[in-house]
Design a binder for this molecule. Structure first.
Ligand code: URA
Ligand code: SF4
Length: 196
């Protein structure tokens, strides 16, 4: 089993898919190793590629607001992406790129053991919860296969970047976010009951 630091160092030099060719920095993800919530985006954009950190551009500002709206700080959660290197011109990641990068995310989830995984956008949702439509699935928690065979709770949300292009999504994202604290409380109670 790797540590979060080892994953980070491996990502920094990874050449497992062609996205390495265009990157300035890979963006392994960051946050608390004891996070109860993981936010999983799609892939780094220009600012993230420049800084090597996830969600530090315009979409990141809105994600910070979302996190603060539920009484948390960025440092309390863990933020990662399904691909760790920036797709050229911010194109969608290809399935083979998501597949090549998957072991890093899988290992991050295995180490952090979040109570709740919040997928941001359809590419992230699609990797964890295949076959759903985001217009129907957003804002609804789903218990589904976890990384180690058990069940994991997922909560699909729209990608915060959509709110930058279309203001009406802003409200939807904040409404979906407003249900997270209660949901987390419920998951923690259920998980405690299962163990006792
Ligand atoms: N969009 C993403 O999906 N991830 C980032 O890290 C930044 C923007
Ligand atoms: Fe490696 Fe992932 Fe970057 Fe591809 S996107 S080069 S698999 S770290």
């Amino acid at each position: 089993m790797m540590t979060l630091n080892e994953i980070e160092n491996t990502c920094r030099n990874c050449k497992k898919c062609i996205l390495w060719e265009g990157r300035t920095n890979s963006v392994p993800g960051e946050g608390s190793p004891r996070a109860e919530i993981m936010f999983i985006g799609e892939g780094p954009g220009k600012d993230e590629d420049a800084q090597g950190k996830p969600f530090v551009g315009a979409a990141g500002k809105f994600l910070n607001q979302i996190i603060e709206s539920i009484g948390l700080k960025r440092e309390d959660v863990f933020i990662a992406n399904v691909v760790k290197c920036r797709p050229p011109n911010n194109r969608d990641p290809e399935p083979e790129e998501i597949q090549a990068c998957w072991p890093y995310l899988e290992e991050q989830v295995r180490i952090i053991k979040p109570q709740l995984i919040i997928t941001l956008g359809r590419h992230s949702m699609g990797r964890f919860l295949p076959g759903l439509k985001i217009s129907e699935a957003h804002g609804k928690p789903k218990r589904y296969k976890g990384i180690d065979g058990g069940k994991q709770v997922y909560y699909p949300m729209y990608h915060p970047a959509v709110a930058l292009y279309n203001g009406s999504y802003r409200k939807v994202l904040l409404e979906d976010a407003s249900r997270i604290p209660k949901l987390l409380k419920k998951i923690k109670e259920e998980n405690l009951n299962e163990r006792s």
